[in-house]
Design a protein around this ligand. Structure first.
Ligand code: NAD
Length: 476
């Protein structure tokens, strides 16, 4: 891994006013000192982005596609080193970081391909006599400068989902990664800026600022930008939407995803999915299984199947390829998760399983009452809450009662139940007989209610980051 020191602002890397340690969450050791930006640098980056906006918007399609393809090749050549870096800065198990890099690569290549599909269409304007003789068509135009703000849990992938569609659409972008995890994103930005330089395109098309809320807010509230694309918590996302108005804001926020188990479900498949979907990335994923709704008749057998599998979940060093659960991003997060579990127990929940050890391992709670954060809010840790429901109708209404709505899963053998779920669940994605955490980077992805606004996946993000321009012509 090699990239310049400082921050990529304007056409060069500038010295940062400060540095901060990036910490390996597993043992608290410092990996390196990373540059930290400030609001003055954020304003400079905005000026640079505005200055190249038209130039980037007019880059020919082949240049935009080539730059994204070259970035894809450069990242692929460093796949293993990226994985190692992600493990260190996020503390996420190696197996999850491998998934992250492969999905990042798919996102980059898909955005490159989407450049070829960025087109408009003709419109029959003569449907009323007033339009007779008129010719009409619409084209897509870049929305302008995009500010991309990302959370800590999948830093590289989240950044790729901002950067690649923005550039494919012809928008300059400034990214701000989470303060805990700036390194992989800095490296990605370095590789893509090298591709921009090689292509003769302005490097200011892609800039990166590190820092906290003050830097983020300076970027998102600048009235000259075209859009904010944010991935993070609901509280921060809502704050950004309020502060950035009337600028367009796309929000990819959190959830407390549910997995419903019907009476006719394959219980082994459901139990496997609950374990896999609840504990990958140590539970720090926006669509990890948090709530399991089991129809009463199969509650006990399902708990027994979970009980048989839970001791096999490997908790430990994230660098070990066998590890499935490791330390959360920081001790504060671990303390919060423990507190929510204790609160749930005081409110009447039972701990059906809790792994022993220094690292917070898999926990299963039963009968967590509504009103508890472990049920109502996003726990973002390796905790699953199982509740029984009399029937599927009640299960669906519990899912829909949440303020969140990202993905929900249903395990069933019935096509009828599957279609009812697809029809009735108020979420961005309904998953049948798979984990709610299933995501392919080519599909439209996003939530409803407090889980977000707008859709990602390059094709859909490009739609969000472009506007239609209508041409109405009366030929002479
Ligand atoms: P967070 O909301 O604490 O921070 C996200 C980013 O916002 C960080 O870069 C942070 O520095 C920045 N920020 C904070 N205050 C700001 C402000 N006032 N203005 C501008 N920027 C500001 O989130 P996190 O803890 O880093 O990430 C975890 C959250 O992200 C979880 O809620 C998770 O569900 C969510 N997430 C959602 C998706 C999705 O696609 N829906 C994917 C991954 C993570």
């Amino acid at each position: 891994m090699k990239f310049p020191s400082g921050l990529p602002i304007g056409e060069s890397w500038v010295e940062a006013p400060a540095t901060a340690p990036v910490v390996f969450p597993y043992d608290g050791s410092t990996i390196t000192e990373a540059p930290v930006g400030n609001t003055a640098l954020a304003r400079q980056a905005l000026d640079h982005a505005i200055a190249v906006k038209d130039k980037v918007g007019r880059l020919p399609s082949y240049v935009r596609r080539n730059v994204l393809q070259a970035t894809h090749s450069a990242v692929r050549a460093e796949r293993d080193a990226f994985v190692d870096l992600l493990v260190l800065e996020t503390g996420k198990p190696l197996i999850d970081c491998r998934v992250e890099i492969d999905r990042t690569l798919l996102t980059l290549v898909t955005a490159a391909e989407e450049v070829a599909r960025l087109h408009g269409e003709t419109v029959p304007l003569d449907l009323l006599p007033s339009g007779e003789g008129l010719r009409g068509f619409w084209v897509r135009k870049p929305i302008g400068v995009v500010v991309g703000i990302t959370g800590f849990n999948y830093p590289l992938l989240l950044a790729a989902h901002k950067i690649a569609p923005a550039f494919a659409a012809g928008c300059p972008i400034i990214v701000k990664p989470a303060p805990q995890t700036p390194l992989a994103t800095l490296w990605l930005v370095h590789l893509m800026r090298s591709a921009l330089l090689e292509a003769g395109a302005p490097e200011s098309a892609l800039q990166l600022l590190t820092g906290g809320p003050d830097v983020g807010a300076t970027l998102t509230t600048d009235s000259r930008i075209g859009a904010v694309s944010f991935t993070g918590s609901a509280a921060v996302g809502h704050q950004i939407a309020r502060d950035a108005a009337p600028t367009k804001v796309l929000l990819e926020l959190g959830s407390n995803s549910a997995l419903v188990v019907a009476e006719d479900a394959d219980l082994d498949a459901a139990a496997d999915a609950i374990i896999r979907g609840g504990y990958y990335a140590s539970g720090q994923a926006c669509i990890s299984v948090q709530r399991v709704l089991a129809v009463e008749s199969i509650r006990q057998p399902l708990l027994e199947k979970l009980g048989a599998r839970l001791p096999t979940v490997v908790v430990g060093d994230p660098r070990d390829p066998a590890t499935q659960v490791s330390a959360l991003i920081d001790p504060r997060s671990t303390a919060r998760v423990r507190e929510w579990v204790e609160d749930a127990v005081h409110a009447g929940a039972t701990i059906a399983y809790a792994a022993e050890g220094d690292i917070l391992g898999p926990i299963v709670l039963t009968d967590v009452p509504s009103g508890q954060p472990a049920w109502d809010e996003e726990i973002f840790g390796p905790v699953i809450a199982v509740r029984s429901v009399p029937d599927l109708e009640s299960a669906f209404s519990v899912v829909n009662a949440s303020r969140y709505g990202l993905h929900a899963s249903v395990f069933t053998a019935s096509l009828d139940t599957a279609f009812t779920a697809i029809d009735q669940l108020d979420v961005g994605g309904v998953v049948i007989n798979e984990v709610p955490g299933f995501r392919s980077d080519v599909m439209p992805y996003g939530g409803v209610k407090d889980s977000g606004i707008g859709r990602e996946g390059p094709r859909f993000a490009i739609e969000e980051l472009t506007t239609t321009r209508m041409a109405i012509i009366r030929p002479r």
